[in-house]
Design a protein around this ligand. Structure first.
Ligand SMILES: Cc1ncc(COP(=O)(O)O)c(C=O)c1O
Length: 394
């Protein structure tokens, strides 16, 4: 029997509708367009209050007057493992975990630890820091395009095999997928496991969006949990920061079942990548042990926002946005309009969107709909004008 979530009294009706002014906090999302009449729907953080229980955990830690160097709390290892089991049914021992200040450093370290004589491969479009890893680490890389099939973005493994360089050593996976919003199914993941095994690839899987499933029929399965032999050639990355809207409290962890690989990963970070901060530990601990219904309420809200966005696109430019199974990011195909500067085009309409070019697909735009409904409403009015103008001009 699954326990029903506790109610959380801080989630009063209208909780997610509250518009919170982020001016003066140097928030990356609003800073970019400061002083302009631009609604920011770009970087992947949410405009909702970070939940009360996270604030309380930090306040509690601040009751102690010293914020000194702090080891990863022993309890946090167990809490993260328990969370992984409860959330995704994957039982892992605490020794497999390596704490990090972020998932992006994890992608870079995984590459540093596993690509030596060969190269990196990555299905694209993908969250842009994936595309920067090869340059950062000074290794060659090849992008393997996802394809759209029945209105879903999938990995065409035959086409990927054809493009795969002979020296490929590591594949970077994003699941759930940013920006296409896919939550890969178990059969898709199993096929990818066979692909990696037959090409002898280490797999690094970024699963930061694993708890943001919008499609109620979708599931999240950690790829490394599907096959214990294959798990030996994997690095899986998680963080509580997306789900609970606290990416400014940098914290993440890697799960690395293979002891030798784990050591190489640790060696790769030595002297360069620190652990999370003392307040991030407090917040992560609260996130992993929380049993209330904040996330369920959040998902309900995001589903409604997603529906409104999809309705608008279906009415104005049908078929240009695939359904978002997970994440709070919609991916719009505007390639037929031949707009060279997608970001600039939407900026003229007062919308700060992410340009698909950064993700490896020019002509696309990504829309972050994790915001209060009244803000989304204003954004959708502007989007409607922008899409109508496109339809009219072409
Ligand atoms: C797929 C994915 N990975 C990683 C990150 C960022 O992770 P971190 O802030 O822990 O480095 C994001 C943020 O948008 C993301 O979407």
């Amino acid at each position: 029997m699954t326990a029903s979530p506790q109610s959380d009294l801080s989630i009063e009706p209208g909780h997610f509708d509250r518009i919170i002014d982020r001016t003066g906090t140097s928030a990356t999302k609003v800073q970019k367009y400061a002083g302009q009449d631009v609604l920011p729907f770009w970087i992947a953080d949410m405009d909702f209050e970070t939940p009360e229980f996270i604030h309380q955990a930090i306040a509690k830690r601040l009751e102690h007057p010293i914020l000194g160097y702090t080891d990863v709390p022993k309890a946090l290892y167990a809490q993260a493992c328990d969370w992984l089991f409860k959330a995704h049914g994957w039982r892992v021992p605490t020794e497999w975990l390596v704490w990090l200040p972020g998932v992006v450093p994890g992608l870079n370290l995984a590459t540093r630890a596993t690509v030596d004589t060969g190269s990196l491969v990555l299905p694209t479009p993908v969250y842009y820091p994936f595309r920067e890893v090869a340059h950062n680490q000074g290794v060659p890389s090849t992008e393997l395009p996802l394809v759209r099939h029945n209105n879903r973005w999938i990995m065409d493994l035959d086409a990927m095999a054809e493009r795969l360089p002979a020296d490929a050593q590591t594949l970077l996976l994003c699941n759930p997928q940013n920006p296409t919003g896919r939550a890969y199914t178990v059969p898709e993941l199993q096929a990818l496991i066979r692909f990696c095994q037959s090409h002898n690839l280490t797999l690094c899987s970024d699963e930061i969006h694993s708890q943001l499933l919008l499609d109620e029929t979708a599931t999240h399965t950690p790829i490394a949990s599907l096959d214990s032999d294959f798990a030996q050639q994997t690095i899986s990355l998680y963080a509580p920061t997306k789900t609970y809207n606290m990416p400014g409290l940098s914290s993440a962890f890697a799960v690395i079942p293979n002891a030798d690989l784990r050591q190489r990963f640790r060696d790769a970070r030595a002297g360069m990548v620190s652990s999370p901060s003392v307040l991030a530990y407090a917040a992560a601990s609260a996130a992993f042990t929380y049993e209330g219904n904040w996330r369920h309420e959040l998902l309900r809200y995001l589903r409604s926002n997603h529906q409104q966005l999809q309705n608008l696109i279906a009415a104005e430019l049908p078929g240009r946005a695939t359904p978002v199974e997970a994440t709070y990011l919609a991916w719009m195909d505007l390639t037929e309009f031949g707009i060279e500067d997608i970001h600039g085009y939407f900026l003229e309409q007062g919308l700060g969107l992410s340009d698909g070019a950064a993700f490896g697909l020019p002509g696309f735009a990504r829309f972050n709909f994790a915001c209060p409904a009244p803000v989304l409403e204003r954004g959708l009015e502007r989007l409607q004008t922008a899409l109508r103008r496109l339809a009219k001009d072409h």
